[in-house]
Write a protein that binds this ligand. Structure first.
Ligand code: CTP
Ligand code: MG
Length: 686
């Protein structure tokens, strides 16, 4: 049976996890405030703080990243504005802090913009690009692949730009603000209680807690910068906020507090260990002091800390557990991210830090890293840091391996591309085949009814066609009979009545024959037309059958395959980019090594040469050299050295006077005189 504490209800495991806090709850904790020399502590913190200065290299890289993103976003989101905020702007940032960027853009919904940004950054080869869409302020997080600097981008997060200005003003108020805030942030970071995503306070919340402490120390180190009669109200994203910030905060109070950082730090941990402020109060820097929960209407909701911890059914902590009010958004309690275990950790860490300090522990002991995986590596600015200690041959071997990998990746890309093209072709062919099959069926289906019709027409035609006489013959005969019957006749040649009757009956017979014959002709024409149609259809069918092939299957399968291959191609392209970048880096390093070697050789050669010159100088016959120089004969480098050493050319006086006279004339003709150049002349000089 697990041992449960009768007072707190905490299990043995929980008591072990938070021993100091458990002792405090059971009234067993004793931490006596020792007489510590705070000078040592101050010195250590100031030294740590001086190491947090951003180096020029990191700053240059940060600026380059921001200006690169500005250009990219300007092109993609017309009329957008990218602004840096957060600790890198307020000056309250640790060396390995992130870059916080806000893109102000109204053209599209923020989440859509962030999705596009995430895609863009992945294309640019940035690392760990993550879209956090469901946070209070949605962001895209990523890491600069070269320096490993983490970067957050949010959209229209204008209030954060204002609160950054406020923090900057506080930072400018007193030289102790920066070291104090950085020390608290560093402690929280290394002790695992500075991560809103893991249920502890954000870095921003710790900054506000630290500033409130400096406002409420006795006497206060910091004033309340948001005080003043002239209030500045401004609308931000549809809500009116009071953004009053006193522009000359240093005039608000001249701090009488002369504590050093060590004193302030010990007081800070003393207060949070022995005088827990959150039982009754809310941290509120816009008030310059803590305000009561009651006044703020932020009473602690159930379940409270220990209840939430010991009752497995109560997973979430109630609202306003350790309330910290945002300086501008007064409805925003920064403790809303806290979870039960997070608050337990925070309480334990305050007690631990206070105990370590009172036991004479150093600051580095206080901030000893608890979870190394949660602490960022320092940004890398030396591109060749990892190569400097490696022998050159090892770099060459590595380069060869990478080249092989690149070749492999390139051939993978080739194969995937052709596979994808095939899949697209197959999908197209199947689609076309399906259309052709459709057409074939349609044509095939039309044959049978037409054949029936042909048979029918043929039958009909043949039935009326038994004694078929061509229509034109009947028509001629009818004309003849008609003339005979209607022509003017004289009495003598008039046909007999019998003959006339015969003619009439023949005419009627012809008329009836004409009807039949016409019908037959019509049926025959119809028959021929149907036969033609049938033939055309058969030809067409032949053609369709020839162009369709034996392709069966579902074109959607090939579409899916093409899409899958495209995704694979994207990731292989990324791999290729990474390899190329690494190859470029190694090649650059090898070039640097070669240059260094060349430079070394050159300088050795120069040294050697100088030595040789000085050696030969003594062995040169100077008179002979002078004679050769004056007669215009060639002289060696060592001769020249010796000549310069023994008075130079001016020392060659009477030797070969003629030649020197000639040279002088030539020189004068060329007008190379020591006069001022044109630019030096002014009108006045003429
Ligand atoms: N911010 C905010 N509300 C929060 C969290 C952050 O308004 N709940 C804003 C603040 O302006 C803060 C900025 O976002 O300065 C960046 O947040 P974060 O990176 O957590 O804090 P930093 O102050 O930049 O600290 P760090 O040095 O750890 O980056
Ligand atoms: Mg930040």
């Amino acid at each position: 049976m697990e041992q449960i504490c009768k007072i707190t209800g905490m299990s043995m495991a929980q008591q072990k996890k938070w021993p100091l806090f458990h002792s405090l709850l059971t009234d067993k904790l004793v931490i006596n405030r020792a007489e510590i020399s705070t000078d040592k502590l101050s010195k250590e913190i100031m030294q740590f703080c001086s190491r947090q200065e951003t180096t020029d290299e990191i700053q240059e890289r940060k600026d380059a990243i921001i200006s690169h993103l500005k250009k990219r976003f300007n092109r993609k989101f017309n009329g957008s504005k990218l602004t840096a905020f957060g600790s890198s702007e307020s000056g309250l940032g640790l060396k390995n802090g992130d870059i916080d960027l806000c893109l102000e853009f109204k053209g599209e919904k923020p989440k859509k913009v962030l999705t596009k940004i995430a895609r863009m950054l992945r294309e640019d080869g940035m690392e760990d690009v993550t879209l956090i869409a469901h946070a209070k302020v949605p962001i895209v997080k990523f890491t600069d692949s070269r320096t490993k600097i983490p970067i957050d981008i949010s959209i229209n997060n204008s209030l954060a730009i204002y609160n950054t200005s406020l923090l900057k003003l506080y930072n400018d108020c007193d030289v102790r603000v920066r070291p104090f805030v950085l020390a608290i942030k560093n402690w929280a970071l290394h002790r695992g209680i500075c991560n809103a995503a893991y249920g502890t306070f954000s870095s921003y919340a710790w900054t506000l807690i630290a500033l409130q402490f400096l406002q409420t120390s006795n006497p206060p180190v910091l004033p309340n910068i948001q005080q003043g009669d002239k209030r500045i109200l401004r609308e931000v994203e549809g809500t009116i906020y009071d953004l009053t910030m006193n522009e000359n905060p240093a005039d608000l109070i001249k701090s009488d507090n002369s504590d050093n950082i060590g004193d302030l730090i010990i007081d800070f941990f003393d207060q949070f260990s022995n005088n827990w402020p959150w039982d009754e109060n809310v941290i509120s820097i816009r008030s310059g002091k803590m305000i009561s929960r009651k006044e703020k209407n932020w009473e602690e909701d159930k379940p409270k800390l220990i209840d939430a911890l010991v009752d497995e059914n109560k997973l979430r902590l109630g609202k306003h557990s350790l309330p910290v009010e945002d300086p501008f958004d007064h409805l925003h309690d920064l403790s809303r991210v806290l979870r039960t275990e997070g608050v337990m950790d925070i309480r334990e860490e305050f007690l631990r830090a206070y105990r370590v300090l009172n036991e004479g522990g150093s600051w580095s002991e206080v901030v000893k890293t608890k979870f190394p995986e949660l602490v960022n590596d320092s940004p890398k600015t030396d591109l060749f840091e990892d190569l400097r200690e490696i022998p050159k041959q090892e770099v060459i071997d590595k380069l060869e391996i990478l080249q092989d990998q690149l070749n492999e990746v390139e051939s993978k890309i080739k194969v995937r591309k052709s596979e994808r093209n095939n899949a697209i072709e197959m999908s197209k062919a199947i689609r076309k085949n399906a259309e052709l099959k459709n057409e074939e069926n349609k044509l095939g289906n039309s044959l049978k009814p037409r054949r029936d019709k042909i048979e029918k027409v043929k039958k009909e035609r043949d039935s009326v066609n038994n004694n078929y006489i061509p229509v034109h013959w009947i028509e001629d005969e009818m004309m003849k009979v008609f003339y005979r019957l209607t022509e003017d006749v004289d009495q003598m040649s008039a046909p007999s009545l019998k003959k006339e009757k015969e003619l009439f009956s023949w005419f009627f017979e012809l008329q009836s024959m004409h009807q039949h014959s016409k019908k037959t002709r019509e049926l025959h024409n119809q028959f021929i037309k149907l036969l033609d149609e049938q033939k055309d259809t058969l030809d067409e069918l032949d053609l369709v059958k020839k162009s369709s092939n034996e392709l069966f299957g579902n074109y959607e399968n090939f579409d899916d395959l093409a899409h899958k291959l495209l995704l694979e191609l994207n990731s292989i392209h990324n791999e290729k980019r990474t390899l190329r970048r690494e190859i470029g880096r190694l090649e650059a390093w090898l070039r640097i090594c070669d240059r260094k070697k060349r430079d070394r050789k050159k300088s050795n050669y120069r040294k050697q040469n100088n030595r040789n010159i000085s050696k030969t100088r003594s062995s040169v016959n100077i008179e002979e050299v002078k004679s050769r120089a004056s007669s215009g004969e060639s002289i060696s480098l060592s001769d020249l050295g010796a000549l310069l050493n023994s008075g130079g050319f001016s020392s060659i006086q009477n030797v070969g006077k003629e030649k020197s006279e000639r040279k002088k004339k030539k020189k004068m003709n060329n007008n190379f005189t020591a006069s001022r150049g044109k630019r030096g002349r002014s009108k006045k000089n003429y």
